[in-house]
Design a protein around this ligand. Sequence first.
Ligand code: UDP
Ligand code: MG
Length: 323
Amino acid sequence: MDISVVIPLYNEEESLPELYAWIERVMKENNFSYEVIFINDGSTDGSWKVISRLSEEHECVKGIKFRRNYGKSPALFCGFKEAQGDVVITMDADLQDSPDEIPELYRMITEDGYDLVSGYKQKRYDPLSKTIPTKLFNATARKISGIKNLHDFNCGLKAYRKDVVKNIEVYGEMHRYIPYLAKNAGFDRIGEKVVHHQSRKYGKSKFGLNRFFNGYLDLITLWFLSSFGRKPMHVFGFLGTIMFFIGFIAAAIIGIDKLVAVSNGQQMRLVTDTPYFYISLTMMIIGTQLFLAGFLGDLISRNSSDRNDYQISEEIRCGGNRK
Ligand code: UDP
Ligand code: MG
């Protein structure tokens, strides 16, 4: 199979028939063998009905229904596991991404040798409240990831060599950083293609400022993972040890200072008289705690390799076979 199109969606019933028809037209015009995988991320509207109907009518439509709304990242991750095509294309369901871009994206993967090609919505049709934080976000992501040629990390329209999607884990808000995840997994031929962007035709955007905030926190986690692997112990343990020793040395200096004072004939006073004693004690305690936190993190991360944090309630295989 040439292409798998993976489409995560949450309440997009109006767009789906039009989107599918458009994809089908492009695929047929280009003689691609393909499948379209819709991941219904807990929609509360009639999206699942539409998907069911599409998969009954068309051999190449698969539908997966999540038990509730888990977010775009788990939905993409699930689609990645399902995908069978040599090239995997992701796109949003809201008709903001154009299926007309598919042939060129496919060509860039199969002929130009890219592992991943990310769409770049150079001219966006989104409100300013969204484009400004997005610019800021992309600048940070470029800096941290070291992928300097990408302008639009979070564009929903992307193409991947199959190997890439089978070797990355997308969770939390990580869909924003898939190029970075891919780079960390060793796929560093990452390209960009300017794509046409349209304003939303039906429904409304599901992303707000809180997602941007969560996205930033996930970027820190990701930077951490790529810099230290899954070894929190190596960072916290190091910090903790340093803090403990600073505290310890400070306490020793205070002790020696007291002894010197006594040997000079001054009256013996308790070490607890000085505030420095409490500061050094606190540092030793915090140091120990940091060390233990890192140790715990290390133990836990070794026991949670499978991050499959979604549940599927229904599946429709090609041709309308239910599971
Ligand atoms: N989406 C999803 N789960 C969610 C939120 C969004 O699967 O919890 C889908 C949504 O249906 C769309 C894509 O992710 O297909 C992008 O969402 P949206 O258009 O709301 O984002 P925007 O274009 O405003 O960034
Ligand atoms: Mg959108």
